[in-house]
Structures are given as structure tokens and as C-alpha cells.
Design a protein around this ligand. Structure first.
Ligand code: NAP
Length: 266
């Protein structure tokens, strides 16, 4: 992987990006992002809060916008390999920013749980994600010739990406179906999920998201994707550990053999 690209602005910004990712990782152990009921995003929290669906769409929108804007200014934007990565990126963020929030089932009375500071932190992160990757893939990277489609890193990375994405979407589907389509206020907000990746870990949706970005990193072989991966791990590993403990505290009958996020290990 190419650490120095020769573009001083890009290299400096990426270095600061990694410092930011390390701070997020350490900070996540002291408090998880305030959205969703079990993370303190509910009524007790002060400040401006958005409804979950709106919060997700607004927060994730830069994921759909920044990448193509930067990408189409790149000299290699119309080459097949960069265009393929553009398609993967848009596919991933269309699910995250539009499909998943629109399918989400919100418990009545819990609508306004998405704190504005979470949205703003999300924008900053997605701005960096989009810039680092689009700028490298469409402009600075020199290995994205058509031969890259037969490189083992591309093939293995794509396979990991597809596995991770499927695990993420399937786990989100199981969680979604724990609630009825139009939940009544007296229906329990949380239940124990079973099946799929939940046989092994409490947060297969987060494991799937992390694996997606492992795959994206391997198939693009660039430090911009390592940055996205570092941010995702920094966010989701502490969140999974918190969720795992919360499940055990909330449900005495919670399956004891499940780990938090890495089957058999963590
Ligand atoms: N790339 C990243 O850095 C990043 C960061 C965050 C999230 N994500 C991804 O975004 C997606 C959503 O993340 P999230 O943190 O909001 O996930 P989540 O906590 O799993 O919540 C997803 C939805 O399921 C509901 N839910 C969760 N546990 C439930 C249970 N035990 N019983 C009934 N309903 C339950 C939640 O309701 P409530 O809202 O009422 O709690 C919410 O509507 C995931 O796929 C995650 O991987 C990615």
C-alpha cells in the first residue's frame, strides 16, 4: 500500500485522519454515540434530537454525496476499475443512508433519540471517508488498471466484502423483525434476537459492517479504506461490547455461549 502519495494536502490530512480515528476508538470506551434507546439517546438526554429515521438519512447523506463529487474530478474517473469501486461505494451507502432507515421500525414514543452532535460527528467522518477514498481511487492511485480485476487482492477483497455485506443486511433484517410493522406502545421495545449470525455473537450486524470494510480495504488496497476501517472498528467494537453487556443485564435468560462481536473470541 502506498503511504506517501506525493500530494502533500492528502498525505497530511490522512495522517490527521488516523489520529482522529485513534481518538474516536479511545473515546468510544468512555461513552457510545447517543442514538437508540440502549445508548442513552432517549428522553433523558438534553439538546436537539432527531427522529431515528430522519437522523440516519441526514447523518449518512454525505456518504452518498462526497464520494461522487470528488471522484468525478479525478483524472481516472472513467476507467473501469475506479468506476467499479464507485459502484460498490454507492451500493453500500444507498443501503446505509436510504434503504435501512426507511425500513427501520420505530417504537412509538421513542422517536426523538438521535442527538444532533452524533449527526455532526457523522458528517465529519463521512466527509473524510469520501474524500480519502474517491481522491485516491480516481486520482492518486496508480494500480487501478484493468489487470487489477484479476489480482488476488481484488478477488479476495470482493469475496470478503460480499460476505460482510450479506451478514450485515441479514442481521439488520432479524433485528427489524423483532418488532411488529406498526409496533404498539405497550409492545416490549427490545427482545433477544436468534438465528443467523446471532448464534455466535450479540452484534453480527456490526461484525458484518466491519468485514465489509475489511473487504473494501483489501480490494482497493489503499490507506483511505484503512481509515474507514479504523473508524468503523473504533465505533463498533466498543458499541458491541456495551450491547453484549446490556443484553446480559436486561435478559437473565440470554444465551451464555454468545460472544460480543468475534465468534469464540471477544
Ligand atoms: N460504519 C459505521 O461506523 C457504523 C456505525 C454505526 C452503525 N453502523 C451500521 O448501521 C446499522 C444500524 O446501527 P445501530 O447501531 O443503530 O444498530 P442497532 O442498535 O442494531 O439498531 C438497529 C435497529 O434495530 C433495533 N434494535 C436493536 N436491538 C434490538 C432488539 N434487541 N430488539 C428489538 N429491536 C432492536 C433498534 O431500535 P432502537 O433504535 O429503538 O434501539 C434500531 O431500530 C448497523 O448495520 C450498523 O452496522 C455502521
Amino acid at each position: 500500500m502506498q503511504w506517501y502519495t506525493g500530494n502533500t494536502f492528502y498525505d497530511t490530512a490522512l495522517t490527521f485522519g488516523f489520529v482522529y480515528a485513534a481518538l474516536i476508538f479511545v473515546g468510544s470506551f468512555f461513552g457510545t454515540a447517543a442514538y437508540g434507546g440502549r445508548f442513552g439517546g432517549g428522553k433523558k438526554r438534553k439538546g436537539i434530537k432527531l427522529n431515528s429515521k430522519v437522523g440516519w438519512v441526514v447523518m449518512e447523506l454525505p456518504g452518498l454525496l462526497v464520494f461522487p463529487i470528488v471522484f468525478f474530478q479525478g483524472a481516472n474517473a472513467w476507467q473501469p476499475v475506479p468506476l467499479f469501486f464507485l459502484a460498490v461505494w454507492m451500493f453500500h451507502y444507498t443501503n446505509r443512508a436510504l434503504v435501512a432507515p426507511l425500513l427501520m421500525r420505530v417504537q412509538p414514543g421513542s422517536e426523538s433519540s438521535f442527538a444532533l452532535n452524533v449527526v455532526i460527528a457523522g458528517w465529519l467522518t463521512l466527509l473524510l471517508h469520501g474524500y480519502f477514498n474517491a481522491e485516491y481511487i480516481a486520482e492518486l492511485g496508480s494500480h487501478y488498471t484493468v489487470d487489477w480485476f484479476s489480482d488476488p487482492r481484488f478477488i479476495i477483497g470482493l469475496a470478503i466484502y460480499l460476505f460482510g455485506f450479506t451478514l450485515n443486511v441479514h442481521s439488520d433484517y432479524i433485528l427489524r423483525n423483532l418488532r411488529s410493522k406498526n409496533p404498539s406502545p405497550d409492545e416490549p421495545r427490545y427482545k433477544i434476537p436468534y438465528g443467523g449470525g446471532f448464534k455466535f455473537v450479540s452484534c453480527p450486524q456490526y461484525l458484518g459492517e466491519i468485514l465489509s470494510f475489511v473487504g473494501f480495504t483489501v480490494m482497493t488496497w489503499n490507506f483511505g479504506a484503512v481509515f474507514v476501517l479504523a473508524m468503523t472498528v473504533g465505533n463498533l467494537v466498543p458499541r458491541a461490547i456495551y450491547t453484549h453487556r446490556w443484553f446480559h443485564k436486561t435478559f437473565p435468560e440470554y444465551p451464555t455461549e454468545r460472544k460480543a462481536i468475534i465468534p469464540g473470541i471477544l
